[in-house]
Design a protein around this ligand. Sequence first.
Ligand SMILES: *Cc1c(COP(=O)(O)O)cnc(C)c1O
Length: 905
Amino acid sequence: MLTTLGVPSVETLISQAVPQSIRLGRPLALPAPASEAEALAELSEKMNQNKVLKSFIGAGYHGVHVPPVIQRNLFENPAWYTAYTPYQSEISQGRLELLFNFQTLVSELTGLPIASASLLDEATAVAEAMGIAWRHHRSKKNDVVIAGELHAQTLDVVKTRAEPLGINIEATEIGAETAALIVPWPDTYGVFGDHKATIAAAKAAGAIVIFVADPLALTITASPASLGADIAVGSMQRYGVPMGYGGPHAGFCAVSDALTRLMPGRLVGQSTDAHGRPGFRLALQTREQHIRRDKATSNICTAQALLANMATAYAIWHGPEGLQAIARRVNNFASRLAAALGIKARLFDTVTVTVSGNAKALAAKAEESGLLLRVVDEDRISVAFDETSTEEDLQTIAGILGVTVATEAPRALPQNPRGGEFLTQPMFHDHRSETEMMRLLRRLADKDLALDRAMIPLGSCTMKLNAAAEMMPVSWQSVGGLHPFAPAEHATGYKAMTDELESWLAEITGFDACSLQPNAGSQGEYAGLLAIRRYHQSRGDTGRDVCLIPSSAHGTNPASAAMAGMGVVIVKCTDDGDIDVADLKAKAAQYADRLAALMITYPSTHGVFEEGVREICKTVHDHGGQVYLDGANLNAMVGLARPGDLGADVCHMNLHKTFCIPHGGGGPGVGPIGVKSHLAPFLPGHVFGGDGYAVSAAPFGSASILPITWMYIRMMGGSGLKHATEMAILNANYIAERLKAFYPVLYKGKNGRVAHECILDTRVLKDTAGIGVEDIAKRLIDYGFHAPTMSWPVAGTLMVEPTESESKLEIDRFCDAMIGIAREASKVADGTWPLDDNPLVNAPHTSAETIANEWTHPYSRTIAAFPAGEANFASKYWPPVSRIDNVGGDRNLVCACPPVEVLAS
Ligand SMILES: *Cc1c(COP(=O)(O)O)cnc(C)c1O
């Protein structure tokens, strides 16, 4: 096929697509490729060095039993973990429905009406809540009061977020300047403090009250809303998600009605489809950074959808009674230990006891029995119980602390502290048998189109294969069972793996040091810009607060700059999508005294390797700025060129794009950054040995999914990675060649080639037939495809990224669909089908309407549902709903109504 298109060879094509001036002239210095079996054996030997003891450390991370029905049918099921973020609602109804139930769950637990569909972790959720309060007061009130002690890692993340924004988190008095009161519920020692008066004072002063709550405790205690909370945040980790040495876990956030429009992250709403049937969609999408850009004050994009869905499934599986039973059991252990120790504080699961200088010795003794206690300081020890704790553990710990526990808890918990039922929705009651639960997860997954069904050609998102061998280690106990604050000598396997991974990523990107801490690309941007900020400050260069960003940048870029305390100045792009170098030079000179950084995406968001990149970097350096390279498009570069060699000082990688971590239906992700040596001292630190500067709760962020990337690089080796990049570029150019007669291909490099993605201009169909890009996207569903990236970075276009993982067969199936759509549009253009009744504007077609008795359209049922003929018959994907009303979802944000299950038709 290549020769018929006149493409001589891969080498020639790559040399046409990737300018010689940026090429890495040598192979990557990485180990030779390993087979699946070899790589798994090597990694398992490494991770087996970890010592996984039973943890009573608590501090935001708890042991769990992952229900096997959820482990196998959701966590380890590609139908769930390979899905993309649910922007195309019609092919995402299953995960949208479960995320909607996540919101219902959080709303029920907190008593607050509106909950979002997950944040990155507990610490960032607290920081986001602080941001809501600050914005609510239009950045005019800058004091935050913290009532009692937060977990150390939460405090570090909040401190880090507050500093660039000028928020003072050391305020102690409530007053006119108070933006927010933060109440840890319970605090890091396990105590529910008496904050009634402080909360009342905060309310009187107009401050926002934020509760940082434990969602298991909330099943048997009064809701934060009833105690005065305007916002409640926390982590859903203990709802059946392994500790995983720190993550990934879903953070949660719920707010009062008045704060809805300030809420960061994604929100699922209910809407209706073209036939009036109920359906879900992401609501308030206009708030996403693509629209708000530098006015955005949160940069969250990829969140924790898969983990939010796991937590929801856990709640569905146990139901309210089951959750309460777990909570009471945990509380029973803690109360009995506290009583034996003579501790009277109100507590849930954690007992902190003073042991006068003996903390380390007692912890060592517990360790001999295989139990990990938390050494708070020399004089205090904490014991946190969880659902895996046993009576025997309690007795062992009591013995070590030298007390005898009674068989009864000192005071029985009130039977119904909430004053009413909660989680009464049928969803949380109808799936208590494994049969029902398994089928629920299957039914929901079947509504969605993930990578296990078809190519997802989303430009910039790099939806490539997440190989089974890469995924397997995530389920290992040696990977999932470790507490992030376990003693370092228990995590030597992790250390070996992360050291190696950091060095590989540094070699791949051409940098000197790496941080694996950021939980998503957006967090990498933020961490990288903070490193730049701190670098300037360290040199006494404190006036550098301007960030240059090209107009074509991803929306997270300006949002991250704003969070790092920088003002955004937009640099123009030329008509061919490159940075306008003259404009860049003018702006760099204009802001020479204030220039902090340039953020540049490479290859550009238009998919082009700009040859002027070195000159661009030099210009910025000459004016005292640093260069941040957005590496989301690294799949076009690995093995061929390195950001660090082009002049960038820092760059983030999206491990959930280029490096095979699955998208999980909207997260998890990992966004590590690589930096040049002069920025290395300013990388985010380790909480318990560091300087109180962190961008994620856990030192290694979402540590337990790092083995996916380790496996990928280990199996591919340097040569395999380079080959993958070449195939990705080849595939994109093949699509460009096949489709250019039907859709003009925008922004080719000077040799007429694209990089790893191509932008198809669909406006031709608008001009000739009145068919819009959305019609094409929805019609692709009838052909069995997820749409490419729509209207970004150019309105009215589709950005197609096939990746190296797709076969020629699948790529041809996609091209045939796109050509089929162009032909259909021509039938609208020539009047065969009217503009308001044709298969494109009516797409997608559900099975219900296709088999309905009545059929009034001017095209056949076969054309409606089987436009690709045999290619469709092989495995027809039926969307459960027809086109979803984009506005309706914004009006129905209420979470606590019984969710209507949208039946697959
Ligand atoms: C995906 C992407 C990001 C953001 O990454 P997240 O992991 O979603 O936060 C930033 N820039 C570009 C160009 C991207 O494609």
